[in-house]
Design a binder for this molecule. Sequence first.
Ligand code: IPE
Ligand code: MG
Length: 221
Amino acid sequence: MDGNGRWAQSRGLDRSAGHRKGMDAAYDCAVACRAAGVSHLSLFAFSTDNWQRPAAEVKELIALFDRGMRENFSRIVADDLRIRFIGDLSGFPQAVRRTIGKIEAETADNGALHLQIALNYSGKWDVAEAVRRLADTGHDLSAATEEQIASELATAGCPELDLLIRTSGELRLSNFMLWQAAYAELYFTEVLWPDFGAAELQAALADYARRERRYGRVEAR
Ligand code: IPE
Ligand code: MG
């Protein structure tokens, strides 16, 4: 989800106004995905590298996540969203972790859309963490298989990543789900994240539907 800052700055607003609008866009995107029959949606909300931003912006972002989760709580449950957080949550304040734990527990039986929110996440961290977990459970790492590593990733149990959308005109993955993106179809749009609505999602899904996925073979699979 990229472009919150530029969205705000182009309107003469504070970057935090862009983050607030971006959070509304994220919720609307989840609901639109559910309506479109998408089973799993992962949102990259905060990267391990976002700590490098000015302390005030980081603080504002964390407060916004916390407030957003608490204010939208009943709506999340009513909308049948199952929320899970992926990433190293140990870096977040205790109160935020409590809100996260509560929202995961309360939505665990929901099922219309599995919504994963990546907080303090990065693709490299995910793979390194998976390897560490294999080692901790006594696996012989010199014989580690792709399946074993995949089974320890934050996304273990999720279907394979089909479509990866990057907004705001940037043409890079920025350390998001590197392993999982091996055969993902990539979709780049100039639209800034706060403006990414149901129509943009439909356009991305329509584009995806036209792709031919060959996975290195001659014919589509
Ligand atoms: C993405 O928008 C939101 C987060 C990383 C939390 P940005 O804040 O990166 O917006 P730009 O790139 O400055 O426009
Ligand atoms: Mg950005």
